[in-house]
Design a protein around this ligand. Structure first.
Ligand SMILES: [Zn+2]
Length: 288
């Protein structure tokens, strides 16, 4: 075999095409644009494929980096030391089923008049003081918490992030998700919780989950839906979801009644009263 080294046989012309450089540039730009559009479209589809595969630890990191952003956008101060937080945690704890037992469930009591509740990835539950003021029984609160836990179990909050999920995963990888508990300006401008929302199907599944937990807790669904019956229509507020943003329409209440009937669950039973002073900080309404 001839091992003679003959590099000169490859001529410089190999890499030079006869086409005008600007035409090539046009093709290149076109290819880049088409690729970006394809990637953007693929990311939208990929969310539903990626979300179920995310590890719990990644979910928790995403939730922690979203927390300051969500609190900013939710409005109102966080009442961290209020003993009503302990009460809400004691309500939520028995509702945590096997599939969520590896997530820390943290209640954030937000001091705002608007009755609202929400959940974000990683088990951060938001409850407003307005919701506590407007609640008339523990049964109602248990259903609302159960509904939110349903969104968590179904990873709806992660799915609702859409393409922002990839931004978050990228920023986590680069370590720019959060800075000392402050929301990063990048996330704050990119993630608009007001524009996120759940589908009707996601709401239906969360409703059913909430109903199942309510039945497991009390053995009946009595009083659980009263909150929604009192608030059949309301002004919209920010974070998606939340009770008043998506009030249970008559259709949804009827669907739940049907769901209960199919399962032979009773929708009547005892009302469990709320603790005295639920509307006041630390249950302390003073002596007036
Ligand atoms: Zn919901």
């Amino acid at each position: 075999m001839n091992m003679k080294y003959t590099p000169k046989e490859i001529t410089e012309e190999v890499n030079v095409t006869p086409t005008h450089p600007l035409v090539n540039l046009g093709y290149l730009a076109g290819t880049v644009v088409v690729s970006l559009v394809a990637i953007y479209a693929a990311m939208g589809v990929a969310v539903d494929l990626v979300v179920p595969r995310l590890s719990r630890s990644t979910e928790i990191k995403i939730g922690d980096s979203l927390l300051p952003v969500a609190q900013d956008q939710f409005g109102g101060n966080v009442l961290a030391d209020d003993t009503r937080v302990d009460y809400l945690e004691s309500l939520a704890q028995p509702l945590i089923r096997e599939e969520l037992s590896d997530l820390p469930i943290t209640i954030h009591l937000m001091d705002t008049e608007i009755a609202n509740a929400a959940i974000i990835a990683g088990g951060h539950v938001f409850v407003t003081t307005g919701l506590l003021e407007e609640s008339r029984s523990e049964n109602e609160l248990v259903f609302i918490l159960g509904h939110e836990l349903g969104h968590l179990a179904n990873r709806d909050s992660l799915k609702s992030l859409g393409r922002s999920l990839f931004l978050l995963l990228g920023s986590l990888a680069l370590g720019i998700g959060t800075q000392n508990g402050q929301s990063s300006p990048l996330l704050n401008t990119t993630l608009d919780f007001q524009s996120l929302h759940y589908s009707r199907e996601q709401e239906t599944q969360a409703d059913r989950y909430g109903m199942i937990l309510t039945i497991e807790q009390y053995g009946h669904g009595g009083y659980a839906l009263d909150f929604f019956e009192r608030h059949s229509a309301h002004e919209p507020s920010f974070i998606p979801e939340y009770v008043l943003t998506h009030p249970l329409s008559e259709n949804r209440i009827e669907a739940l009644e049907l769901f209960a009937a199919e399962n032979n669950w009773s929708l009547t039973g005892d009302l469990v009263p709320l603790p005295e002073g639920i509307e006041c900080p630390n249950f302390d309404c003073g002596n007036e």
